[in-house]
Ligand binder design. Structure first.
Ligand code: TYM
Length: 330
């Protein structure tokens, strides 16, 4: 069975960007593939959060993964820091990763701008750790949102380079996977392009009805179309993108037609959109509340997931050591 792997940093609660960009695909792929989904707690150290926040957030994401429908009987769910083999592969990949290419990645440049007093080596080598996460499973499909494209390109490059340097055909180049034709970028509703934690414009899966409604009603719009059939500016297109994700085709068409004939009222559209987001999230929200309370169950899922992930990781590391010429681990 083809292998799939993907991860999310525990920076807080899952938002709709995480959900539609990645987690929704996880829940479907687990029925068809050999899936591993992990929580990237090492990656979150690159921004120096407080340790107690990492631990709390890790369990929050675990509960939310399960609430979204990831089934620990079908998929391997684990916490990155429970699988130390990843670090050995990270080291080997780092030996063949060059300063210039790491410095040139957009996410590094962005983070260096955001935290100028903390441009650490972990930030620089973020793409090699991500490549190690994937290649440790010799995973071939990686469900991620559009924002991860460059990291995926780097993972492919590191896989190819390892093969070339050691004269083997060992790592398969991992491919991004998304549910639709193209990788999805879930917009923010504040006109800032992408929904994201650092953009501070997220609707979270756990948000209650009132909070969702408040956030949606605040969405940036314009003064409305004046010419029939005019193209939609980005802030309006964003609202329609959301409708495509959570509303029925009928609802989408209704507002689309109102836009085309200039009779649209953004207040009505937002009200409908808030309702539809709430209807979509309500069952997930209830399950998050139930699962978050069951810490024994969450610990068991994490422990069993780590055991399964380590079994495969050990095999990869043994083979990689053999390829490089090191002795097998004792
Ligand atoms: P992270 O934690 O920022 O986001 C987790 C997943 O959510 C997707 N995502 C979005 N998709 C569409 N629109 C958005 N607005 C949006 N915001 C977030 C991301 O694309 C991602 O799929 N580097 C990764 C974590 C990681 C990883 C890995 C992923 C570490 N190792 C190995 C895959 C494989 C990250 O920071 O994602």
């Amino acid at each position: 069975m083809e292998r799939v792997v993907s991860g999310i940093r525990p920076t807080g609660n899952l938002h709709l960007g995480n959900y539609f960009g990645a987690v929704r695909a996880f829940t479907q792929m687990q029925h068809e593939y050999d899936c591993s989904f992990f929580i990237a707690d090492w990656h979150s150290l690159t921004t120096h959060p407080r340790p107690e926040d990492i631990v709390r957030n890790t369990y929050t994401i675990l509960a939310e993964y399960l609430a979204c429908g990831i089934d620990p009987e079908r998929a391997t769910i684990y916490i990155q820091s429970d699988v130390p083999e990843v670090l050995e592969l990270y080291l080997y990949l780092n030996m063949n990763a060059y300063l210039g290419e790491l410095e040139r990645t957009t996410s590094f440049k962005e983070k260096a701008r955001q935290q100028p007093d903390n441009v650490n080596a972990g930030l620089l080598t973020y793409p090699s750790l991500m490549a190690a996460d994937i290649l440790i499973h010799r995973g071939v499909k990686v469900p991620v949102g559009k924002d991860q494209e460059q990291n995926m390109e780097m993972a492919r490059k590191f896989a190819r380079r390892f093969n070339t340097i050691y004269g083997v055909d060992y790592f398969v180049e991992p491919q991004s996977y998304s549910l639709g034709e193209k990788a999805l970028k879930v917009p923010g509703l504040d006109g800032s392009g992408k929904m994201g934690k650092s953009e501070g414009n997220c609707i979270y899966l756990k948000d209650d009805e009132k909070t969702i409604s408040k956030k949606v009603m605040k969405a940036v719009t314009d003064s409305g179309p004046t010419e029939p059939n005019s193209p939609k500016p980005e802030v309006i297109e964003n609202l329609f993108t959301f409708m495509e994700l959570v509303s029925t085709q009928e609802t989408y068409d209704y507002f689309n037609e109102r836009y085309a004939d200039c009779s649209i009222r953004y207040g009505d559209l937002k009200k409908q959109l808030a309702q539809d987001i709430n209807a979509y999230c309500a069952p997930i929200r209830e399950r998050i509340a139930e699962l978050s309370a069951d810490t024994d169950f969450l610990s068991r899922v994490a422990r069993e997931g780590a055991e399964r992930a380590r079994e495969r990781a050990r095999q990869t590391i043994d083979e990689v050591r053999h390829i490089i010429g090191f002795r097998a681990r004792q």
